[in-house]
Design a binder for this molecule. Structure first.
Ligand code: ADP
Ligand code: MG
Length: 651
């Protein structure tokens, strides 16, 4: 059985969309045995390269059968063809087709990358091959730093990397001077002598004579097939024979792809090489990610602040106080009769008059001015503020002007630094003794104002009679409305009621809850809008990634073709470009997330309410990377779907 068996292979181009039909190959029948050194000769345009592409499984014939080792390759899928190229074929092109951005050794390593060979084994093999081809001192040179002959030797080393059972050389000396070309021809002869099947394509009949057999092609047909007297090369073995056995590439089973680490390294190098472009691309992502995170942090921070104020006040609350009327005259007084009238309003659930002033408070050696609040027994209930110790005063104690006091949390800590039991202890307010009956729980942490905790509370009448006998009017009044829907209605009714009773506008009604509610809604909407704008900028960043990836694919069409000829599967190419997109967006999102935290810290230091939380950071980063990958997918697929022959011919 012949290694290569072509039966009636035909190839034509065009014809479908009205373009002229180009019949390039017309029924090629050809058998080539393993180990043969065959030259295919013919005039330019006779179809030699087309035939070589079909032989090397880079292209599919339009008609006929191609049996390789007895397997009909026309029935194989793209991945299987890639596998065959990877494991069996080595290509040597007239234009060398080295990847310009990789060193000589890395170029030689490419076929082994797609075979999943480990880094160390790959490097060792590539180094050895290059040394055998006389390039030991050129390992790290880039193609542009090598002469034509040297480049062609690198490409021969690459063809041998995975074993190179069949070497397909298309005009390998076409771009070389005769002396260098001679060297390459000797090399090919040596390869043939050491067991490789070598198929040399040339228009030069003299060169063809170096082969053992000459096949002549003309207008897509074989017109001659004869043996030469030649025995082949100089019988000097090329490469280390022990590496040439098939076992060397066996761990490269078909399912193994390139190693992720290598992909990341390559992607990183591409980004590094185009660092200006990379920087501009990731700038979009950085701005997108940073702004999303900062917007959400500021939004959440202000929301928490407003909520805290709302909580501290309790919902459905109106504040009422007296003031000097705008028309002049004495300060208004909210009388007990006013309080009764307000309490009788149907929309009012309950109300709490509040008297406040500061007074010197003393216990033992500790003395300090404190805000004293005198109010009714409903305070803990109305403010939703439980006690930490003891109890609050009762209505009866209020009526009886009882000398009792409840301490705020911080006031307790101040007067009882040893945290001993304060209940039943005496404390002096304006030098008069009051009995401590309770300590309020800590409010500061939740409300955002710890001055609540810095106060002392006494019954209203105790305050009026004992603590501030000189102060007659209520400082202010807190009114709880039945439901929040009635808040505005109650506010208007209260104003009307007091105006009617006082005759002048010497009071104020403050609907702080409603204002806070409205503020909360506005801020929520604003946060949403800003986050949306930020998300759009993230999207724009994603489009930037797509743009760069499209450019990158276009620039590297030839490279993609070379990789495909070296055995890269479609998914290898896909992964290569997706890895680049993912790396760009990951880089951008890491920098974006980091800068967002710096911005948030700066904002916090300047007093802007911000909330630190990890979920927007993680969310924005995931979004950015996903966006990058999604937008990178289209260019990557475009690259993966390139036809190897078209890609190789690409600019
Ligand atoms: P050779 O390598 O012998 O010089 P080729 O195999 O490159 O010849 O090309 C053989 C013929 O096929 C040429 O006439 C060329 O114009 C034609 N040909 C090659 N590729 C295409 C294509 N993609 N579409 C149309 N015609 C093509
Ligand atoms: Mg050609």
């Amino acid at each position: 059985m012949a290694l290569i068996d072509l039966r009636g292979i035909g190839k034509y181009y065009g014809g479908e969309d009205g373009s002229p039909l180009a019949d390039v190959l017309r029924g090629i029948d050809l058998e080539i045995d393993a180990g043969e050194f065959v030259a295919i000769v013919g005039a330019s345009g006779s179809g030699k390269s087309t035939l070589m592409h079909i032989l090397g499984c880079l292209d599919r014939p339009t008609s006929g059968q191609y049996l390789f080792n007895g397997v009909d390759v026309t029935t194989l899928n793209n991945d299987q063809l890639a596998g065959l190229r990877r494991e069996t074929f080595g290509f040597v092109f007239q234009a060398y087709h080295l990847i310009p951005t990789e060193s000589a050794r890395e170029n030689v390593e490419v076929p082994a990358l797609y075979a999943g060979v480990s880094n160390a084994a790959r490097q060792a093999r590539a180094t050895e091959l290059l040394r055998h081809l006389g390039l030991a001192d050129r390992l790290d040179n880039y193609p542009s730093q090598l002469s034509g002959g040297q480049q062609q030797r690198v490409s021969i080393a690459r063809a041998l990397m995975n074993g190179g059972q069949v070497i397909l050389a298309d005009e390998p000396t076409g771009a070389l001077d005769s002396e260098t070309g001679e060297g390459v021809m000797t090399l090919l002869g040596d390869l043939a002598a050491s067991g490789h099947t070598v198929i040399l394509i040339t228009h030069d009949h003299q060169l063809a004579e170096r082969a053992q057999r000459i096949i002549q092609i003309q207008d897509g047909r074989i017109v001659g097939d004869r043996p030469t007297s030649h025995e082949g090369g100089s019988n000097k073995p090329v490469g280390d024979r022990k590496h040439d056995n098939r076992a060397w590439s066996k761990p490269n089973s078909d399912n193994r792809s390139r190693l992720p680490r290598e992909e990341l390294r390559d992607a990183w190098r591409v980004l590094q090489r185009n660092h200006a472009r990379t920087l501009l691309t990731i700038l979009g992502i950085i701005i997108g990610v940073a702004s999303v995170i900062v917007m959400l942090a500021v939004g959440e921070g202000t929301k928490r602040e407003v909520m805290a104020q709302l909580n501290a006040m309790g919902p459905n609350m109106l504040h009422v106080g007296s003031t000097i009327p705008t028309t002049g005259g004495p300060r208004g007084v909210i009388t007990d009769a006013d309080l009764d009238a307000i309490a009788r309003m149907p929309a009012v659930q309950r109300s709490m008059p509040m008297l406040r002033d500061t007074a010197l408070v003393r216990r033992g050696a500790i003395s300090r001015n404190y805000e004293i609040r005198a109010t009714t027994a409903v305070l803990p209930e109305m403010n939703r503020w439980p006690l930490a110790q003891g109890r609050f005063y009762t209505e009866e104690e209020d009526r009886n002007v009882a000398p009792v006091v409840v301490l705020g949390h911080l006031a307790y800590q101040r007067f009882f630094p040893d945290k001993s039991d304060p209940l039943g202890e005496q404390i002096l307010i304006k030098n008069a003794p009051y009995q401590i009956i309770g300590v309020m729980s800590e409010k500061g942490a939740e409300s955002g104002y710890n001055n609540h905790d810095e106060r002392l509370y006494v019954p209203r009448r105790t305050g009026m009679v004992r603590v501030f006998p000189e102060q007659r009017n209520e400082t202010y009044l807190i009114v709880e409305v039945v439901s929040s829907d009635l808040l505005q209605h109650a506010e208007q009714r209260l104003q009307a009621l007091l105006l009617e009773r006082h005759g002048v506008d010497d009071f104020w009604v403050n609907n702080a809850a409603a204002r806070h509610q409205a503020e909360l809604t506005t801020r929520n909407n604003m946060t949403l809008m800003l986050a949306l704008i930020a998300a759009i900028s993230l999207l724009v960043g994603g489009i930037g990634v797509m743009n760069v990836m499209l450019m990158s694919v276009r620039e590297r069409v030839r490279e993609i073709g070379i990789r495909m000829a070296s055995g890269a599967r479609q998914r290898d190419i896909l992964r290569q470009f997706i890895t680049e997109a993912a790396l760009v967006s990951l880089l951008g999102s890491v920098i974006g997330a980091t800068s967002s935290q710096v911005i948030i810290v700066i904002l916090a230091l300047t007093g802007v309410p911000v909330a630190f939380s990890i979920s927007p950071v993680v969310g924005a980063m995931i979004c950015a990377v996903t966006t990058g990958i999604l937008f990178g997918l289209m260019p990557a697929r475009q690259a993966a779907r390139l036809d190897p022959v078209v890609a190789l011919a690409g600019e």
